[in-house]
Design a protein around this ligand. Structure first.
Ligand code: HEM
Length: 180
């Protein structure tokens, strides 16, 4: 599909998947912001929501990665040098990869901490025993990746603005949609 796309445009499937990752991630971000603002005794529903929403974001990111590797790469916008476009793509790929692995770490973290993991209302058996070293190590990883993706977002936007100034390429491509 994308081999038929114009330069600076991605395929319809990539566009739809991009939107789905973005929308579900915004919902998850709302949940991530609410969790620490909510007293511990009332946090459980938010955590259950976090597990399910996090899983959805990760699955969509994994599908997007699969599609990325399967389909021919989109062509850069005509104003943009290939190497500069490649840097954008590398940031985006790293972001998707972080979303995809956060859930794996999240599950180990939750079970290591002895949390009851509920997905879409279904209580899962604990596949990993409660363990303080696991809780600590995976908790650090989970948090660190949380900050890492924020950093990737900042680099993404800062570099996109630089490309706009340097090469005159539009800013629409920095948001979900068909422009790359
Ligand atoms: C794309 C998916 C996910 C992202 C981006 C994400 C991100 C985050 C962030 C930023 C926090 C708050 C910082 C922290 O306390 O470490 C957090 C907390 C947490 N996450 Fe995730 N998470 C995702 C998926 C999951 C999944 C699927 C699980 C488990 C099944 C999980 C388990 C946890 C736990 C146990 C906490 C600590 C909550 C608390 O004690 O307040 N996460 N997550």
């Amino acid at each position: 599909m994308s081999d038929e796309s114009e330069p600076g445009q991605q395929s319809r499937t990539d566009t739809i998947l991009g939107w789905l990752v973005a929308i579900t991630f915004i919902v998850l971000l709302w949940n991530i912001i609410q969790m620490p603002r909510t007293v511990l005794e009332e946090r459980e529903p938010l955590m259950f929501f976090h597990y399910s929403m996090g899983l959805i974001v990760s699955i969509l990111a994994a599908i997007r990665i699969y599609w990325w590797l399967r389909e021919p790469a989109p062509e850069p916008p005509s104003e943009l040098p290939v190497a500069s476009f490649g840097f954008n793509r590398a940031i985006l790929f790293a972001l998707l990869l972080v979303f995809a692995v956060e859930t794996v770490i999240g599950f180990v973290y939750a079970w290591g901490a002895g949390h009851d993991v509920v997905l879409f209302g279904v209580h899962l058996p604990a596949f990993i025993a409660k363990s303080e070293p696991l809780r600590m190590s995976m908790g650090y990883f989970h948090s660190a990746l949380g900050f890492y993706y924020l950093m990737l977002f900042v680099i993404w936007f800062a570099f996109g603005v630089y490309q706009k100034i340097r090469y005159g390429v539009g800013l629409k491509r920095l948001f979900p949609g068909s422009s790359v």
